[in-house]
Design a protein around this ligand. Structure first.
Ligand code: B12
Ligand code: SF4
Length: 477
């Protein structure tokens, strides 16, 4: 069967859609013929896209990989496809499926939504795509029957042995485009490869929807390293980005990984997501020796009240200790914070600014808290009438605007809310130590130049200088 995977346009081009990569390799292994249309790596105009859709007759099925920000795209794209190919099955998977599967089936032309992991479910769907009567026997989906009624099948069991999956079909993923846009700044390795080793997360932060649920499954360190080496051989990468939300949730995997990188002399740098309650100085030093350059901690707030409201299962003290230990191990950190969670006020926002100042963090801006469907925060916001739009309008507004103020979850007026955010950010900028300001500017510049040289060769810098000199002399004439 021929399936076309569509990856919607998104603003961030730093990580390729690994989920599609896995699905393609599993389908290929089973005799199907997947292709990928990546509208993030290769954006198209409306006309170009319509032109392409005209040629969709050669596919047996269209699969869209969408997170909630692609809600609007899924609606308009599925309509365009159905207007030309009325009987074309359209399947959607990825995080949108946990967020609003029924709404999506009702509001769009999508036929089937695949929940959680896609490999086993999609393989079964493709084997049965010509006989829609069998859908009720396929676990892990919601589907619309010919009368428009929605049915939900039994949940699909998780894949037990992730090592048994083939490597993602990198050849279908526009790797060179993502390499150009990845880790241009504070990552040392620059030529990046992306890997997934841990699915699921045991925590229940109120703002987060975990696509793989609470149970954790992991790759083994050796299989992960085999994959990294294979990628390195093909693409010459020298840096690894572990994409998972919670790589450090399995500290023994992190230890095995670091040890094996050293034993097998892999010689790469790497970064991953950490959590302030998964910290161990000995392990971090080992990780550093193995090439770990950055850990990202979603610290979210410097106020214990807000962390508790978020159900973050972490304390400000743990955050403080984690920062100190990570620094002592010589590992860089990225530390995003949120603004405007339930209960945020001047006092809690200032606690966050004080914490950032005390810990000398680089952070100078705060993310708006946006309640995404499928989270307990969203349920709270709906119950308390904080969302001023009907569901369809709200989901459409989420678009690629994740950096926009959409919902006020606090007791402040919107004006007070925006003023407080801006005042606190100004304070954070002012209190940024001079050394960090200089580092931020120069280190970013240096890594940018290093990245370009590593991608385009030394000639890039010569051409750049010649262009600058020409531009300068023209402007003087
Ligand atoms: C890496 C990552 C990113 C990367 C890019 C991701 C990419 N290229 O796919 C970056 C950093 C760019 C990113 C950005 C954002 N992200 Co993000 N991201 C992730 C993260 C941590 C891992 C994704 C991943 O690669 N997983 C590994 C692969 C193997 O799994 P997968 O992609 O889920 O694919 C599997 C299934 O979903 C399914 N599947 C996938 N596609 C398809 C298609 C079909 C047809 C089928 C049948 C099945 C299927 O099968 C695959 C194999 O099992 C997830 C959390 C998570 N654990 O999933 C959040 C997550 C997807 N992100 C999220 C969010 C909110 C965002 C932002 C909006 C954040 C923000 N406020 O700015 C932005 C969006 C920016 C934009 N639109 O440009 C949310 C989505 C919530 C939701 N309900 O939709 C998640 C779930 C985080 C969370 N825990 O809440 N993100
Ligand atoms: S924010 Fe991180 S720790 Fe919290 S539930 Fe989501 S993935 Fe887990």
């Amino acid at each position: 069967m021929k399936i076309l995977f569509v990856y919607p346009p998104a603003r961030d081009m730093s990580i390729p859609p690994l989920g599609i990569g896995y699905l393609c390799s599993v389908l290929r292994k089973n005799g199907h013929e997947p292709e990928v249309l990546d509208l993030t790596a290769n954006p198209l105009s409306e006309e170009e896209l319509s032109g392409l859709i005209d040629g969709f007759g050669k596919y047996d099925c269209i699969g869209i990989s969408a997170i909630i920000t692609a809600y609007n795209f899924v609606k308009s794209f599925s309509l365009k496809v159905k207007l030309k190919f009325h009987n074309m099955p359209i399947i959607v998977g990825n995080a949108i499926s946990n967020a609003c599967p029924e709404t999506l089936l009702k509001a769009s032309q999508v036929n089937i939504v695949v929940v959680d992991e896609g490999e086993l479910t999609l393989k079964e769907l493709m084997d049965n795509i010509k006989s829609p009567g069998n859908l009720s026997n396929i676990k892990g989906i919601l589907y619309k029957d010919k009368d428009g009624r929605i049915h939900k099948t039994e949940p699909r069991e998780r894949i037990k042995d992730l090592d048994s999956l083939p490597y993602p079909a990198w050849d279908l993923l526009n790797i060179p485009v993502y390499m150009k846009n990845s880790g241009l700044y504070l990552d040392k390795g620059i030529k990046t490869g992306w890997f997934s080793a841990v699915r699921g997360c045991p925590f229940s932060c109120g703002f987060c929807s975990r696509p793989f649920g609470q149970r954790i499954t992991c790759r083994s360190a050796n299989s992960l390293i085999n994959e990294i080496l294979e990628f390195k051989k093909i693409y010459g990468s020298s840096h690894v980005c572990m994409v998972d939300d919670e790589f450090m949730a399995n500290m023994s995997l992190a230890r095995d990984f670091a040890k094996s990188l050293l034993d097998r002399k892999v010689n790469i740098t790497w970064k991953a997501n950490g959590r302030v309650n998964f910290v161990d100085e000995g392990l971090f030093k080992l990780m550093k020796r193995s090439g770990c350059v950055t850990l990202a901690y979603g610290l979210e707030s410097g106020s214990q009240k807000i962390l508790d409201n978020m159900n973050k299962s972490a304390t400000v003290k743990q955050a403080r200790d984690a920062i100190k230990i990570t620094r002592r191990a010589g590992i860089n950190m990225s530390t995003p914070f949120m603004f405007g969670y339930i209960g945020e006020d001047e006092h809690t926002a200032n606690e966050t600014a004080d914490f950032i100042k005390e810990m000398k963090l680089e952070t100078t801006s705060l993310f708006f808290t946006t309640p995404y469907p499928g989270t307990s925060l969203y349920d709270w916001a709906k119950k308390n009438n904080r969302i001023k739009y009907d569901e369809d309008t709200y989901l459409s507004l989420l678009g690629n605007n994740a950096e926009k103020f959409l919902v006020n979850l606090t007791d402040m007026t919107d004006e007070e809310y925006l003023k407080l955010k801006s005042d606190v950010e100004k304070r954070m900028k002012r209190s940024l130590p001079f050394k960090i300001k200089v580092d931020k500017y120069f280190i970013k510049k240096i890594y940018y130049i290093k990245a370009r040289i590593s991608l385009y060769g030394f000639n890039w810098i010569i051409k750049k200088i010649i262009k600058k000199v020409r531009g300068f002399s023209k402007s003087r004439k």
